[in-house]
Design a protein. Structure first.
Length: 253
């Protein structure tokens, strides 16, 4: 079994470059999202952008064999949404999850946004607290850290927002492969779990919903994970490098 392990300086440089490319794709993608565009059109745009940057869409490789360059999860879809001919509508809650490969290394990130609408009410609470939980989890890293410290920080914020926590899906190590040990849950008890050390890279990705905590796999495509009660869901994620004094976010500009 592969373990995240401490990356070499060359591997970290490649991951930094990869992370910037991913963040660049996301910045452009946000400008493409509007009512009237289809998920499939957005997927095609992302695939073209990744190729133009000299990177590779990891989801399209044999490692994953996903039917798209990016996961697009709309409304009650939590993660792993297969891009379809669905036309986005004003007020839709849509999440984008992307992994790209560059110089032999991989980075992973996700964000959720509202289509053509300023977040308010429950939608604002969902997006705001899920994103805040991501950064609380990142801020919990002060050097060597237990996975439980990261999860506990995310869980505390999600509870503050009165959101259901997706417990069946977790963050993970990332780098040489998309999913590597150890698991990084979005919940937990401080001081417990796997000890993570400087030089290791992980993907932290809280997923939450307005309703209960149960999810199911949509048999119609075999990929999409949906909320069991049909409530709206959100997903935010960054790939981070654990350093001696904190965390370096690799998937940002």
């Amino acid at each position: 079994m592969l373990y995240t392990g401490k990356k070499t300086p060359e591997q970290l440089d490649a991951m930094r470059e990869c992370g910037v490319l991913l963040a660049t794709v996301f910045e452009g993608l946000k400008k493409q999202v509007h009512a009237g565009v289809s998920e499939r059109e957005l997927d095609n745009w992302v695939g073209h952008e990744i190729q133009s940057l000299g990177a590779e869409a990891t989801y399209k490789t044999p490692e994953v064999d996903f039917p798209g360059s990016i996961c697009i999860s709309t409304n009650d879809a939590v993660v792993h949404g297969v891009p379809s001919d669905y036309i986005l509508q004003r007020g839709d809650v849509v999440s984008f999850d992307l992994v790209i490969s560059y110089k032999g290394m991989k980075t992973d990130a996700a964000f959720t946004m509202l289509v053509d609408e300023i977040p308010a009410g429950d939608k604002k609470r969902l997006l705001e607290y899920t994103e805040r939980s991501l950064y609380a989890a990142i801020d919990a890293i002060k050097g060597s850290v237990k996975s439980g410290d990261i999860g506990a920080a995310a869980e505390a914020v999600l509870h503050q927002g009165h959101l259901g926590i997706v417990r069946d899906l977790v963050g993970h190590g990332v780098g040489l492969r998309m999913h590597m040990p150890p698991d990084i849950p979005n919940y937990g008890q401080a001081g417990t779990g796997v000890l993570l050390k400087p030089g290791e890279t992980i993907a932290i990705e809280p997923m939450a919903m307005l309703g209960g905590e149960k999810v199911y796999s949509d048999a119609s495509d075999g990929w999409t994970i949906r909320t069991a009660d049909g409530s709206l869901a959100a997903h935010f994620e960054h790939t981070v490098l654990i350093t001696e004094h904190g965390a370096e976010i690799l998937t940002s500009l």
